[in-house]
Design a protein around this ligand. Structure first.
Ligand code: C2E
Ligand code: MG
Ligand code: MG
Length: 394
């Protein structure tokens, strides 16, 4: 396989003619689900096949393209390529998603989102087939405009992924304001994860934070089996990197998909995340009680925000349980979680209602005791499930 090379910076004129001659092509790098071991999609990465049969990497020409005002037209051209690729890939794998990188500047006009909108309304692609990757670092200037465009895209059902998370620009505040459905952990963060426990804790926290905010976590730059295995253990949901495959031309990616390969996987990390979510849920309920007890009737609305119950099923742990967790239904300990989990959710909702309606505090402590009992039950079954999953790995 050819690897991209780096050479002296091309001029904007050279890049413009490369675009005219269709020398820019997309390579595709597979993404694997760490929960199922299946290939779930790919990231499209631009390459320049220059007239001397060299494959140039984007770091060689993207900065010049941006400085020369060519990036927007380039993104439109590459978007058309990726849409064509979606249509192609669908024939052998209808559930895969291809992601395209866009620069924040691409989103300061309405052009990209309206082009994607017409592809969707014209029926060329389904929303689940195309995703957007954006690095937040540069969003600073026209934050409001970019935010509105991202909102528009996600309202069309297009998932927006935050690229290079952990590179130092992304604040938690920004993160929660933007409609991201996934965090891509930067490859530097992934690389350092195996060098100290402090660095590993950064990854653990990022995975937990993504989950709390209702986002998926994706690790990029996964190069070794050690990194891959740690990511499974943390509950990170997807991985991408040379360990799985290098980026490759579309036809090779399609062959790769057709091989139907399965990579190592386990939901053991998700089970731990579920334990964590249960403890957080209980703590949120306690927080409401605390603020009521302290606050002579005035309590911030955010604390009783029903988004605490983020889905029909109640809370994050339940989203996992009634979602992909169901693949573990053959475990007795998994099935044993269901009844107390439902009960816990009912008790939590009842407590919230009672606190809001100002019922006597003695009733609250009874409720909290029941909540404690049920959350302990759920947690101990989840721990049993972790042991069962560990035995499965051996
Ligand atoms: P990115 O979006 O964070 O893409 C990941 C980069 O990491 C890619 O570099 C990929 O080839 C590389 N990579 C993947 N797995 C590994 C690994 O295991 N180890 C190492 N060391 N590297 C790995 P690439 O293709 O050179 O792209 C660099 C950056 O250029 C991308 O970073 C993205 O920000 C930008 N880019 C690439 N294609 C496009 C595009 O079509 N449009 C725009 N606007 N930007 C693009
Ligand atoms: Mg990317
Ligand atoms: Mg990245």
């Amino acid at each position: 396989m050819t690897h991209p090379i780096h050479h002296d910076s091309p001029t904007a004129e050279q890049i413009a003619s490369a675009m005219e001659r269709d020398e820019l092509v997309m390579y595709y790098q597979p993404k694997v689900s760490l929960l199922t071991g299946n290939v779930v999609g790919a990231e499209a990465l631009v390459r320049w096949n220059d007239p001397h049969s060299r494959v140039l990497s984007p770091s060689v020409f993207l900065p010049q393209a941006e400085a020369g005002g060519l990036l927007h037209d380039m993104t439109v051209q590459l978007l058309d390529d990726v849409v064509a690729a979606c249509i192609n890939v669908r024939r052998c794998a209808p559930d895969l998603a291809l992601s395209i990188n866009v620069a924040p500047n691409d989103l300061t006009s309405h052009a990209i989102s309206s082009r994607i909108g017409s592809y969707l309304s014209g029926g060329s692609i389904q929303p689940h087939e195309l995703q957007i990757e954006i690095t937040e670092s540069i969003v600073m200037d026209k934050f409001d405009v970019v935010l509105a465009e991202l909102g528009e895209l996600s309202s069309m059902g297009i998932k927006v992924l935050m690229d290079d998370f952990g590179t130092g620009y992304s604040s938690i505040d920004r993160l929660s304001q933007m409609p991201f459905s996934a965090l891509k952990l930067d490859q530097g963060v992934v690389r350092r994860m195996t060098t100290s426990s402090q660095n590993l804790n950064t990854v653990r926290s990022a995975v937990a934070m993504a989950r709390e905010l209702g986002m998926t976590s994706i690790a990029e730059g996964v190069e070794s089996i050690e990194q891959y295995n740690i990511l499974i253990a943390t509950g990170c949901e997807e991985a991408q990197g040379f360990y799985i495959s290098r980026p490759m031309p579309l036809n090779q990616f399609i062959d790769f998909v057709k091989e139907d390969r399965h990579f190592p996987s386990s939901q053991i990390g998700c089970v731990h995340q579920a334990v964590f979510n249960i403890l957080r849920y209980r703590k949120s309920l306690l927080d409401i009680a605390v603020c009521h007890a302290l606050g002579s009737g005035s309590v911030a609305p955010s604390i009783t925000d029903t988004r605490l119950s983020s889905s029909d099923h109640g809370f994050r742990a339940a989203e996992w349980y009634f979602g992909i967790g169901q693949l573990l239904n053959y475990h007795e300990s998994f099935r044993a979680v269901e009844a107390p989990l439902i009960k816990l959710n009912e008790l939590g909702s009842a407590l919230q209602r009672e606190l809001v309606s100002g019922s006597p505090s003695r009733a609250h402590s009874d409720r909290l005791r029941d909540i404690d009992n049920y959350s302990s039950l759920v947690v101990s079954e989840l721990h049993r499930l972790e042991s069962a999953l560990l035995a499965e790995l051996a």
